[in-house]
Design a protein around this ligand. Structure first.
Ligand code: SAH
Length: 250
């Protein structure tokens, strides 16, 4: 018994010494400034790096100042499952359960920038998924309406957005192919799942002069299209080859 006690003592002293060295050199984490979710978070540095390297960095083209600012604030790690939290700010999409994914940060920023969001805009999103894209739009526009076909994902995204204080986002479980006629017309529409063709109801629910960003095509040959609705025609342009989960129907 006695021997055990003496044998342990050096370790205790060593631990104490290490702890005081740690705080002496300021290695214990300093509180970060609050984010829109309210809680201080230890991911601020990863988020800054994500913006600098993946969005505004060499070979990337996110130049909209408001978009860059918001991407630097929204806590992406709050929208991903616990097992991939450490990868939340990496340059690739991540699984969010139910066979679905949260898009790569660059794609989220690119699509947001294509919409040219304005503070008075009301935006429709099809494919809520984790709620991250809706959270990115939230501070940039007046209202975000978002529809998710997988009910548990819709409920979870709704809870996350509420917990983090994104109060201007309305979530609905349902088939986004049909849009949300009660709240139409929208200043812009963002679709984050890929149909084979642009859904007619969505074009109808877009304001004149409004913009829609939507991936179209089969799994291995999709392009992101930017549509602009003009007086008597819809102008469309393929802007980026992409790979989104397919749009499913009820
Ligand atoms: N924007 C999401 C990523 C979405 S992944 C995010 O930020 O996390 C695409 C989502 O579209 C999936 O969750 C899928 O269930 C949903 N989806 C597929 N078909 C749909 C439809 N017809 N209506 C609404 N959502 C649909």
């Amino acid at each position: 018994m006695k021997m055990q006690l003496t044998a342990r003592r050096p370790y205790g002293i060593l631990l104490l010494a290490m702890m005081s060295w740690w705080s002496f050199w300021g290695c214990d984490s300093a509180p970060e400034p609050p984010n829109p979710g309210g809680a201080a978070d230890a991911f601020a540095q990863a988020r800054r790096r994500m913006v600098e390297q993946q969005l505004a960095g060499f070979g990337r083209d996110i130049t909209n100042r408001r978009v860059l600012e918001v991407m630097g604030q929204v806590p992406r790690h709050e929208f991903v499952p616990a097992n991939v939290v450490r990868e939340a700010y990496e340059d690739y999409p991540l699984p969010i359960g139910h066979g679905q994914t949260i898009s790569q940060p660059y794609i989220v920023a690119f699509m947001t920038q294509c919409l040219e969001p304005q503070p008075h805009h009301r935006v429709l999103e099809i494919g809520t998924g984790s709620g991250y894209q809706a959270a990115v739009l939230s501070p940039l526009v007046k209202e975000v309406y978002t529809i998710e076909i997988i009910e548990p994902l819709a409920r979870q995204a709704e809870a996350t957005l509420k917990r983090l204080g994104y109060t201007n986002v309305m979530v609905k479980a349902g088939d986004g192919y049909l849009g949300w006629p009660e709240h139409a017309p929208f200043d812009s529409i963002i679709v984050t799942c890929a149909p084979e063709k642009v859904p007619e109801p969505l074009v109808r629910q877009l304001k004149e002069g409004g913009r829609m960003i939507i991936p179209v095509g089969p799994l291995h040959a999709q392009d992101l299209y930017l549509l602009v609705k003009e007086k008597d025609r819809v102008r469309q342009q393929a802007v980026l080859p992409v790979r989104f989960v397919p749009m499913t129907r009820k």
